[in-house]
Design a protein around this ligand. Structure first.
Ligand SMILES: Cc1cc2nc3c(=O)[nH]c(=O)nc-3n(C[C@H](O)[C@H](O)[C@H](O)COP(=O)(O)O)c2cc1C
Length: 150
């Protein structure tokens, strides 16, 4: 059975809105049911078969405070997602920082250390270049949706 989650890691709300926008589109255009969760625990999503993570970067290349426990739990778990088939990682950050999109890059490393690779390299959104990060996230998701749902 498909268990599809769209989750966000956010401090100021941008990544949350992007996640909500993707979930709405998934239901309308792809007729799929996704569960939307902001900074969930690992227990809440460990049965995922399909997972989209949208995470912004704060501090100096760090995870949002509320998302850090999930990253740590994935890191500590031997097999965090036993049923995972498809993973898509979307980062939101600002190229004004040396640590541009550091959080999603770090998350990709954590997944890789568990033998889990996303369907493509993390997709990076630069808020310096887009005024509507949620719509950019949506178009990036849509561009990879066929492969994600295949
Ligand atoms: C205090 C602060 C620190 C930030 N640090 C980084 C950073 O290290 N790397 C980066 O790419 N973006 C950084 N950003 C930019 C945020 O990732 C960007 O504003 C993003 O849209 C925030 O997303 P959110 O609303 O989901 O929290 C920082 C922003 C703030 C306010």
């Amino acid at each position: 059975m498909t268990k599809f989650y769209v989750i966000s890691g956010s401090t100021l709300g941008t990544a949350e809105v992007a996640a909500e926008t993707i979930v709405e589109e998934v239901e309308q255009s792809f007729a799929k049911k996704a569960e939307l969760l902001h900074s969930p625990s690992l227990e809440q999503i460990s049965d995922a078969t399909h997972l989209v993570v949208i995470c912004s970067t704060h501090g100096a290349g760090e995870f949002p405070d509320t998302f850090a426990p999930l990253a740590q739990a994935i890191s500590k778990s031997e097999k965090p997602f036993p049923s995972l088939e498809k993973l898509l990682l979307i980062g939101i950050g600002s190229s004004d920082y040396d640590t541009y999109n550091g959080a999603i890059r770090e998350l990709a490393k954590i997944f890789a250390s568990k033998g889990i690779e996303p369907i493509v390299e993390p997709l990076l959104i630069d808020v310096v270049e887009t005024f509507e990060p949620d719509l950019t996230a949506l178009s990036l998701f849509t561009a990879h949706a066929d492969e994600f749902f295949a």
